[in-house]
Design a protein around this ligand. Structure first.
Ligand code: HEM
Length: 482
């Protein structure tokens, strides 16, 4: 066990007492990131917990996390070989595979494909923004339809369709209607994905739970089924692309990935199965995260109507009512940018990253951590550190603005939601463009109102992403529309 090994290195890793069989699993509670932060107050920013048969190191706070993921980037770049990770993306996921030469090649391909279709040059930038414009305007129409005759609606499904369509357009050159029933069923399943992959998945730390009937086994069976179905959906589209592939014309990201991986030097270890795995990774990562961000944004806009009005005033002043907002307006819309950063900080809706593991023995802050140790990175603790943030539990976008109303770049770079280091999110830039444009267009076109007598709580459900509980709103078309 880690404790004994650390004794040998003269420093024992602190942490709560682990119970037999389950370890500390029953102490994590509904919101493990909050428990992790409380434990950090008692044991320091680096401590150990035991979940089932795994000793897990939990890292907290900006200093320790950046030291680990940046200064010791290779040592902390691994992924554990959890059973749940092996069923994602047909077993050929880049996101869930361990650090290796093949993984490095795989990540580089995924990263350069995203860049090629979003920011490589002014033409791709424009094409990407056009996809978002189209989806944002469709979303406005869907919201207005759902608000007809004074109705109030839950925006969750429409937001998922909007975010899914942006990434589907990039990957397949195809989008789906808001009422497409096949797509609706598929997206409903993806919603459940994060509940198993988040920190503290019991079947990963107690794999023997798979061998007899129990509630954890049935959750895991559902997880396997949903991954299989999602992978089958993507594979089907990739196979269609492969059959009609023309090396002279790259239609979308699927073609680009086919072009690189299918024809990759076999020495890299990448095969056609990795092509399908990569596209599944990108679609899976691109829809749940962005739609969750937009979900929180709508909740916060109706919870704080004075902030909504202030945002609209600034947008109207900069953009006017005769055209729609674009990325070129971003530098003049500092308050909107500040509002988005504060949403990411305050909600920390990816509270703990995907679990990491150590690729070799490593020592940080005098603490020895052996190779193949599972590591949880508590991003929530970085965003709620009272040493860094004044009143961290208060939602206040203005904290990111200096006395001239400009964005404080030092402070925005202290927010951690995309992780950092070798496993940093590769979709961060496209996610930021999507969130900015969707928010700007929604605010320019609509006003959002809370359902009368609805008490808007900031409580959420826990998983890989934190999601707001169900709430209903109405969207009203704003005057002098374009
Ligand atoms: C990984 C956050 C959107 C693709 C991650 C990780 C986080 C994250 C926390 C795990 C990093 C780690 O384990 O240390 C987010 C947030 C998003 C977002 C908050 C939206 C607001 C996207 C989008 C895409 C994407 C739009 C692509 C289309 C990926 C991939 C990985 C990843 C492929 C795996 C990287 C690896 O394991 O090397 N993201 N993400 N993400 N993200 Fe995102």
């Amino acid at each position: 066990c880690l404790w004994v090994r650390n004794l040998r290195h003269k420093r024992r890793l602190p942490g709560p007492f682990p119970w037999p069989v389950v370890g500390n699993a029953m102490q994590l509670g509904q919101m493990p990131h909050i428990t992790f932060s409380k434990l950090a107050k008692k044991y320091g920013d680096i401590y150990q917990i035991r979940l089932g048969c795994n000793d897990i190191v939990v890292l907290n706070g900006g200093t320790v996390i950046r030291q680990a993921l940046i200064q010791h980037s290779t040592e902390f770049a691994g992924r554990p070989n959890f059973v749940s990770f092996q069923v994602v993306s047909g077993g050929n996921s880049m996101t869930f595979s361990n650090y290796s030469k093949r993984w490095k090649m795989h990540r580089k391909i995924a990263q350069s494909t995203i860049r090629a279709f979003s920011s490589a040059n002014s033409q791709t930038k424009r094409a990407f923004e056009q996809h978002i414009f189209g989806e944002a305007l469709d979303l406005v129409q869907a919201f207005l339809r759902l608000s007809a005759d004074g109705w109030y609606f839950n925006p969750s499904h429409e937001l998922t369709v909007a975010a899914a369509n942006v990434i589907c357009a990039l990957c397949f050159g195809k989008r789906y209607g808001h009422n497409d029933s096949e797509f609706r069923t598929l997206l409903g399943k993806v919603d459940k994905f994060g509940q198993t992959v988040g920190a503290g998945s019991l079947v990963d730390v107690m794999p023997w739970l798979q061998s007899f009937p129990n509630p954890v086994r049935s959750v895991f069976q559902n997880f396997k089924d949903l991954n299989k179905e999602f992978f089958a959906f993507v594979k089907d589209k990739v196979v269609e692309h492969r059959e009609t592939y023309n090396p002279e014309v790259t239609r979308d990201m699927s073609d680009a990935i086919i072009g690189v991986i299918d024809r990759a030097d076999r020495e890299t270890g990448l095969t056609e199965a990795h092509t399908e795995g990569t596209v599944t990774d990108l679609i899976g990562a691109g829809l749940d995260t962005v739609s969750t961000a937009l979900h929180w944004i709508l909740l916060l806009l109706v919870k704080y109507p004075h902030i909504q009005s202030k945002l609209q005033e600034q947008i109207d002043k900069v953009v006017g009512r005769d055209r729609l907002p674009s990325m070129e307006d971003k530098s003049s819309l500092a308050y909107l940018d500040a509002f988005i950063y504060e949403t990411m900080r305050f909600t920390s809706f990816v509270p703990v990253t995907i679990p990491h593991s150590t690729t070799s023995d490593v020592t940080i802050q005098g603490v020895h951590i052996p190779k193949d140790t599972v590591v949880f990175i508590n991003q929530w603790s970085v965003n709620h550190d009272p040493q860094k943030w004044k009143d961290p539990h208060v939602f206040n976008p203005s904290r990111f603005l200096d006395e001239n109303g400009a964005l404080d770049k030092d402070l925005t770079s202290s927010v951690m939601i995309f992780s950092t280091g070798k496993r940093r999110c590769i979709g961060d830039q496209i996610a930021k463009v999507e969130i900015f444009l969707f928010s700007a267009i929604l605010l320019h076109q609509c006003s959002f109102e809370n359902c009368p007598k609805q008490d808007l709580t900031l409580d959420c459900t826990y998983g890989l992403t934190l999601k707001p509980l169900n709430f209903k709103i109405a969207a009203k078309l704003r005057g002098n529309q374009t």
